[in-house]
Design a protein around this ligand. Structure first.
Ligand SMILES: O=C(O)c1cc(C(=O)O)c2c(n1)C(=O)C(=O)c1cc(C(=O)O)[nH]c1-2
Length: 257
């Protein structure tokens, strides 16, 4: 049978196949497994928090790109909430501010975090790939790429459950980011899933949706691979040299636009 003639999966089976991708979620990455078991050193936790900060600050940029590509007012009214969740609005401080508090709770001061000096090139490239995809894809495809959030409440909950006893040196106030995301992620997924199930209807489109979700899983996994090189294997970029050609300490680029 030619590709064009294959039957689409039912809505239920399509959703089941999307959800099955959870087996490749970064919750299974050795970095996250170690973090969950309480095996990370303070340096490894700090490395993760400082690098994830780049993901946090780029998510609203990613969502602004989705909005820019969306011609449907009702959909934009729903999607815009994601930007507000992270940037904050009115009296709500927002996720980026909460992440800065997490940084302080683990011992990274605001200036260091904001400077992005700890962001590894590999993490930056992975996150930028996500933003660039949202820029050039149609908005439904970009919405589909957010569906790794189906698996996020479990990982946030596991941090809330285990960090206080595993990492008593972390100020517990810093964990509020994870608490907030429990309900926000569930609401986001409801919308993202609706868009995906409605938009990807032929078998070829459904398979494309699975590829898009795999692309996003690859991004999350690759971020942790870069952190593993730096904070587990002591092989951060340029670890073989101490100074640049002029005798200055090595500094990674902070984004060229
Ligand atoms: O801590 C995590 O493991 C994790 C994963 C993900 C994800 O699956 O992309 C997100 C978040 N957290 C998160 O906090 C968040 O706000 C978020 C937004 C998105 C997205 O793709 O739009 N993913 C995620």
């Amino acid at each position: 049978m030619s590709d064009n003639n294959r039957q689409p999966w039912s809505r239920e089976e399509f959703e089941q196949r999307l959800r099955a991708k959870g087996s490749l979620y970064h919750i299974h990455h050795p970095y996250h497994v170690a973090m969950h078991k309480g095996e990370c050193t303070p340096e490894q936790i700090r490395g993760w928090v400082a690098n994830r900060f780049y993901y946090q600050i780029m998510i609203p940029v990613k969502d602004a790109n989705i909005l820019a590509n969306c011609r449907d007012r009702e959909e934009r009214r729903l999607w815009v909430q994601r930007i507000l969740d992270h940037d904050g609005y009115g009296g709500a401080q927002g996720g980026i501010e909460a992440w800065l508090c997490l940084g302080e709770a683990v011992g990274i001061d605001r200036d260091t975090m904001m400077s992005q000096e700890l962001v590894l090139p590999g993490v930056r490239f992975a996150v930028d790939a996500y933003v660039n995809f949202a820029r050039r894809a149609n908005w439904e495809q970009a919405a589909c790429s957010s569906l790794t959030e189906m698996f996020a409440p479990e990982i946030h909950q596991s941090r809330l459950d285990t960090w206080p006893s595993n990492y008593p040196w972390i100020n517990q106030d810093g964990l509020k980011y994870f608490r907030g995301r429990l309900s926000e992620a569930r609401r986001d997924v409801q919308h993202g899933l609706q868009v995906t199930l409605d938009h990807f209807v032929t078998r070829a489109q459904q398979e494309q949706a699975l590829d898009i979700l795999q692309f996003k899983l690859d991004i999350l996994w690759t971020m942790l691979d870069a952190m593993t090189m730096a904070y587990y294997l002591d092989r951060a970029p340029y670890h073989t040299v101490e100074a640049d050609g002029m005798g200055n300490p090595i500094r990674y680029h902070k984004g060229v636009y």
